[in-house]
Design a protein around this ligand. Structure first.
Ligand SMILES: Nc1ncnc2c1ncn2[C@@H]1O[C@H](COP(=O)(O)OP(=O)(O)OP(=O)(O)O)[C@@H](O)[C@H]1O
Length: 266
């Protein structure tokens, strides 16, 4: 018998010639321009680019939260263009995990209830051993009966990571997952994300402004003005920062390179 891993395609997510136009006529903005990109199963990719380069639009289109104007997005072996809203919702629930800067936990539910929520919503009976494995992996075994409000920011983000891992999705999209955390807590969360890729083969795509966060990835892809403009494999924070500087990412000083870059963290 095949396990699900045996039959997983080697490409978890593929975008082909994706265009996304917002607005009409004089107000038209081309946020993505013929963007083509693939994300291999079991890889960790960081997506970077200057403000307005299309990172959020990319994330929304790749995760089936928004539809491209043209081009195609495939998750696993499913072309999203062929799905109606109900099917898209089901695909997001069953095959995609999300981690946000703001954690997005339900405050009235315990840690354990938050973690098993995606399984409950999918009508699946939680497998106790699998849940406990995930809870242990994120280091929350002592906290399962706490409410999110009783946890630190780093602990809350670890709950969000466990919640994303528990359905064993084809891909997890993370949007600035360490944006609200201090440097040391961010490092712990990034190490955990890295470990979920290295040890269980999770596929992870993370949008970030932080070169140090990006240095935990296998690959960094750079967007500028809605286009793919380059990539770095086995990135260092210094190389990422240098590339971002060349892209003019910090000209407006809204996103300073992290102070930790100089230390060569990773
Ligand atoms: N709903 C929308 N309506 C009109 N234009 C939009 C909309 N969303 C995004 N845009 C425009 O599309 C372009 C890409 O925006 P997007 O938010 O994807 O960039 P980003 O790289 O995520 O930016 P940031 O790093 O500042 O979050 C920008 O020019 C933006 O103004």
């Amino acid at each position: 018998m095949h396990t699900r891993e045996d039959v997983r395609p080697t490409t978890a997510v593929r975008l082909q010639a994706v265009r996304k136009i917002y607005g009409k006529g004089d107000n038209e903005v081309a946020a993505l321009k013929e963007l083509s990109m693939s994300f291999g199963t079991g890889t960790f990719t960081a997506v970077m680019g200057p403000s307005g380069s299309g990172k959020s639009t990319f994330l929304h289109c790749a995760a089936g939260l928004d539809q491209p104007t043209s081009g195609s997005v495939t998750v696993g072996d499913v072309d999203l263009a062929g799905l109606d809203e109900v099917q898209l919702t089901k695909l997001r629930r069953d095959r995609i995990g999300f981690i946000f800067q703001s954690f997005n936990l339900l405050p009235a539910l315990t840690v354990m209830q938050n973690i098993v929520l995606p399984l409950k919503l999918a009508g699946k009976r939680p497998n106790k051993n699998q849940i406990l494995m995930v809870v242990n992996r994120v280091g929350l075994a002592e906290r399962i009966n706490h409410l999110p409000g009783q946890l630190s920011g780093g602990q809350q983000q670890r709950v969000a990571i466990a919640r994303a891992l528990v359905t064993r999705p084809d891909v997890i999209f993370a949007d600035e997952p360490t944006g609200a955390l201090d440097t040391r807590t961010a490092a712990a969360v990034l190490a955990l994300l890295r470990e979920s890729v290295s040890s269980i083969g999770q596929t992870l795509v993370m949008v970030t402004h932080d070169p140090v966060a990006a240095s935990y990835a296998d690959r960094v892809v750079f967007l500028a003005d809605g286009r793919f403009v380059g990539e770095l494999h086995r990135p260092t924070a210094e190389a990422v920062a240098a590339r971002m500087t060349r892209l003019g990412a910090w000209d407006d000083e809204t996103h300073e390179p992290s102070a930790t870059v100089a230390g060569g963290l990773h």
